[in-house]
Design a protein around this ligand. Structure first.
Ligand SMILES: O=C(O)[C@H]1NCC[C@@H]1O
Length: 342
């Protein structure tokens, strides 16, 4: 065996969505802040290509790089690598990172509750983990301030006509639309159509509406399209289906923590969700994230909410990625049979 690099990974998923964690073998990228370091990773592409592209990755894979925190309040920091983006925050990935940090012993676990602070590229997030018998059973994440950017905007999509959409930020940027109005009941066999349509809608929103985070000039696009199911009132609180199309054309297997945060911001802006409500989002595979609004704030002068999301994560294995110097594809490859909506 010979290799010019060895990258140590603990693999995990959160409510169905893969979020691997690089725990060794990569030196911290340059940058004075975690955001700057994440911009370096996004611009350089070498690590992204190595772990996300085939033959090591695949379109379903997200990979998080643990780095030393910059903020003295943080216990750990992470840079999120998704198929197309290197985003400020991610719900499923933050749950995977917390699960790996605690279940593998990188950070000490206290039962029944462990509290840690993580530094995501977009800022600090407080995490509370319910722990039992050495396992972090449920992870609660106080996500970044989230806001509704536009309500009831008109969007022209070729072949679909004029759609009414909301635009919102929940740690990442979303076009939100009514799933039922698009003919979706959010069943697993709709995944392919949701992925294909979602990418078209996201691209149209980027061309016509545009998104600019008021405090982060680097985040100026819509990443995702959320097909939002009807909100039902149940004995346990509010409940709604959620399917998120991710570039270049796949559906999140989890209910998407950033989408849940964005949706809570929209519902709050419409006066349809208050601080005492709980919203459970249900994914296409039937997994759930639970959310509540902890308080209100402002982002760049606009009303925002402080969301908390919770869900479960599990370690699925360990891996050492290597590179033989004679491998002709050191950065891997992507083909449109699986990479991209068809
Ligand atoms: O839960 C989330 O927020 C994420 N899941 C994959 C894509 C999003 O970042």
């Amino acid at each position: 065996m010979r290799s010019t690099k060895t990258i140590h990974v603990i693999s995990a998923h959160a409510e169905g969505e893969v979020g691997d964690v690089i725990v060794g073998g990569v030196t911290p990228p340059p940058g004075d802040t975690i955001w700057e370091q994440s911009r370096w990773i996004a611009g350089d592409q070498t690590l992204r290509n190595f772990v996300l592209n085939e033959p090591r990755g695949g379109v379903f894979r997200h990979v998080n790089l643990l780095v030393p925190p910059k903020n003295p309040e943080a216990d750990a920091a992470f840079i999120i690598m998704e198929p197309e983006d290197t985003p400020p925050m991610s719900g499923s990935n933050s749950i995977c990172v917390s699960t790996v940090l605690l279940d593998s012993g990188i950070l000490p676990m206290k039962e029944p509750v462990t509290e840690i602070t993580l530094e995501a590229p977009g800022g600090l997030v407080r995490v509370r983990a319910e722990c039992r018998d050495g396992k972090a059973e449920r992870i609660f994440v106080q996500n970044l301030p989230s806001f509704a950017d536009r309500l009831d905007a008109k969007l022209e999509v070729e072949g679909l006509g004029t759609l009414t959409v909301d635009a919102a930020y929940g740690g990442d940027s979303f076009v939100v639309l009514d799933a039922a109005a698009m003919g979706f009941s959010l069943k697993p066999d709709e995944a392919h159509d949701i992925a294909r349509l979602g990418v078209r809608i996201t691209n149209a929103a980027n061309a016509q509406l545009g998104f600019h985070h008021p405090e982060n000039p680097d985040w100026r696009h819509f990443s995702f399209c959320l097909f939002a199911g009807p909100v039902e009132r149940t004995a346990e609180g509010l409940r709604a289906g959620a399917a998120v199309a991710i570039q270049p054309g796949k559906v999140d297997r989890s209910p998407t923590g950033t989408a849940l945060s964005a949706r809570m911001a929209v519902l709050h802006a419409r006066g349809e969700m208050g601080l005492s409500d709980r919203l459970t989002a249900v994914s296409l595979i039937g997994s759930t994230f639970s959310g509540r609004i902890l308080g209100t704030t402002e982002v760049g002068g606009r009303p925002a909410v402080l969301p908390e999301i919770s869900g479960r994560g599990w370690i699925t294995g360990t891996h050492q990625h290597m590179l033989d110097p004679s491998d002709p594809w050191p950065e891997g490859y992507r083909l449109s049979d699986t990479w991209g909506a068809r």
